[in-house]
Design a protein around this ligand. Structure first.
Ligand SMILES: C[S@@+](CC[C@H](N)C(=O)[O-])C[C@H]1O[C@@H](n2cnc3c(N)ncnc32)[C@H](O)[C@@H]1O
Length: 322
């Protein structure tokens, strides 16, 4: 095999992993393979999150393939590394994979950053990016220095991200602080306090593409922590709905995707019923609860396009205010 076709094959494999959540995961996007671990938990085994890499590749693909942009992220391409960027720009992937998953990944970031802009305008000066993966907000924070950003992620993923940033030449601004936390084993409040986070300040929190990987207990512990923050604090998170609200075909597609993601060691384990979740959030102490369903999301963010970019049924985005 020529080195070009070998590299093309590797790249398409990475993108297949990003979209279909299949395949081998490199330690960095550009080089090196990591042995697969059991479905019982790649993160627990000390591997950086493969799905974090997948989501980052989808944001990068969006910058190249979709117009108009739903989510404009000037660092999305550099953070995935020069070789992935070059291959995306060389059109290696146009038309492949699930555009609905790409739509979901860019939608949740756009919705969260719109909400963050509004929060900053009403005086919020502290943001918390939970399960950050390769999210670049902290590095392109347009509100710095008036907005401090704390990024929390599993220690293995965060160490990998910091190496990725250095490798890509993306500077870590003084307004960004990293705090490694495993939501299943550590207390968020204690780890954040050590990092200098002010639990007495209203805070804007994102938790994107994360709760489906957490146990229900860890998800609620995280939500409880946010609910304990001062009034006007807010969280945006996406979640998968329970199968009961899906058609048989949608449920079958979900099961197939879930089996693929379980096979790479990051199984989807937690689903929510939207009305029940809204009620549970209110019981935790959230006062305003605003659930964005796929129809509303498509009408608000994907209307009038010439391409088919849109989210499918299965995931909602919750915005809840303390
Ligand atoms: C699909 S990625 C999403 C990353 C990022 N929010 C985005 O939208 O690109 C899932 C993220 O959840 C994090 N995560 C999963 N389980 C975790 C845990 N137990 N503790 C901390 N982070 C966890 C992973 O490290 C990874 O960064």
């Amino acid at each position: 095999m020529s080195s070009f076709s070998a590299s093309r094959k590797r790249f398409l494999g990475r993108l297949a992993a990003a979209v279909g959540l299949l395949g081998a995961a490199p330690r960095t996007l550009a080089q090196g393979a990591v042995a697969q671990t059991a479905a019982s938990g790649a993160l627990a085994a000390g591997e950086p999150s493969r799905t974090a890499r997948g989501a980052a590749l989808l944001r990068a693909a969006h910058q190249v393939y979709d117009r108009p942009l739903v989510f404009d992220d000037p660092l999305a391409l550099s953070v995935v590394g020069a070789s992935a960027e070059a291959e995306l720009r060389a059109d290696a992937w146009r038309g492949r994979g699930s555009s609905a998953l790409r739509a979901l990944v860019v939608l949740r970031s756009r919705h969260a950053e719109d909400a963050l802009a509004a929060a900053h305008a009403r005086g919020i000066r502290q943001a918390l990016v939970l399960g950050a993966g390769l999210d670049t907000f902290g590095c392109r924070n347009p509100y710095a220095p008036s907005l401090k950003v704390y990024e929390v992620d599993h220690p293995a993923t965060q160490a990998w991200k910091r190496a990725r940033l250095a490798e890509s030449g993306i500077a870590v601004p003084p307004a960004l602080t990293f705090a490694p936390v495993d939501f299943e084993r550590q207390t968020l409040g204690a780890a954040l306090a050590q990092a200098g986070f002010r639990a007495d300040q209203p805070t804007f929190v994102t938790l994107l593409g994360v709760v489906v990987y957490l146990t229900r207990d860890a998800a609620f512990e995280t939500l409880k922590f946010v609910a304990s923050l001062p009034a006007k604090s807010e969280i945006v998170f996406d979640y998968g709905v329970t199968e009961a609200s899906l058609s048989p075909a949608e449920a079958a597609a979900r099961r197939a995707a879930a089996a693929r993601v379980a096979a790479i060691g990051e199984p989807w384990i937690t689903w929510f019923d939207p009305p029940l979740l809204a009620q549970q959030l209110r019981s935790l102490g959230f006062s305003g609860v605003d659930d964005l369903d796929p129809d509303a999301a498509n009408a608000r963010y994907f209307a009038g396009r010439n391409d088919a970019l849109a989210v499918s049924r299965g995931s909602h985005i919750m915005r809840a205010r303390v």
